[in-house]
Design a protein around this ligand. Sequence first.
Ligand code: NAI
Ligand code: MG
Length: 352
Amino acid sequence: MKKHIAVVSGDGIGPDIIREALKVLGAVGAKFGHTFTTSSYLAGGVALDAVGIPLPKETLEGCKNSDSVLLGAVGGPKWDTLASNLRPEKALLGLRGGLGLFCNLRPAILYKQLSDACPLKAEIIGEGLDLMVVRELTGGIYFGERGRSDDAAYDTMAYTVTEIERILRKAFEIAQKRSKRLCSVDKANILNTSQLWREVIKRVQVEYPDVEVSHLYVDNAAMQLVRNPGQFDVIVTENMFGDILSDEASQITGSIGMLPSASLREDSFGMYEPIHGSAPDIAGKDLANPIATILSVAMMLRYSFGLQAEAESIEKAVSKVLDGGYRTADIYTPGMKKVGTNDMGSLIAQAL
Ligand code: NAI
Ligand code: MG
């Protein structure tokens, strides 16, 4: 298979972790006989420094013309004082919106090797944690009409049936491939958008009779996630609820440096990135954990290219390196072998 990938390293630790992810991608290509070519594009602070805007046209065009996008992270203190339309983070919304990526997948997996890093008690975690948050990404309050005067402000949450239906279908399809349990999270006791969401799910679920659907209000879901996370498999929810719940779920897994994500649309195109930011405090110091980005490459192979065995081989390689006791600083516990960004990437590539 031949695929072309747009690579957007961004700022801070972005270049550090992307380098390791590309190492692993190269190793997968060599092992399975695929050709992955890449082109690099600027976005975020580096783009601001080079051309004065966070998301240059060439970057968006280059991404559009690729089979998928691999993104590091953007932002940092150097650009914090800029007006909001010139913030590096503007590049993220620009890419998600501009590429039409309405479906955000955030798996939260607690590796058994890292159970010491989990803040929950062992009896709560039980068998471990492996859940998937399916978050709507281009609608809701982050994209709704907004305004403010000196003494008031408003944001609006709006959803169309079409927007709800397409994210639900993605979630049902994912649930079918997993445990066939889907939990829809909303605030249907208060919000109109949630009531519409429930009407649509009722209609769509008859097409997926093998999937068992449950509903939770978001405040209850937030409690259940720390009380009994094992009850969840696939969670589907709107943009802001998904943002908050997936960050909450990420903490159960020990380190933000472990968690990948995929942003998808109807076709096979997708953008893949770690859920963490640019970690300016550790940038360029060989300290960043590259595993979230490496696991994002695995998601790319699975969701954009349909390469299931290749994706699993990366996930197994990560597990094997953790079994070997190798840890970057963020997941280090006494008795383990501390390694830097570069060595962690090389170890995973070798384990492949
Ligand atoms: P952050 O995720 O960059 O860092 C939070 C903490 O986690 C820091 O202590 C950092 O050192 C650590 N950390 C993050 N990734 C790590 C990794 N791979 N290995 C080891 N440690 C890691 O969030 P923060 O500090 O709030 O934001 C820093 C910058 O990143 C800001 O400019 C923010 O706007 C931007 N940001 C960008 C995102 C993106 O590009 N998708 C997402 C979140 C924040
Ligand atoms: Mg967030």
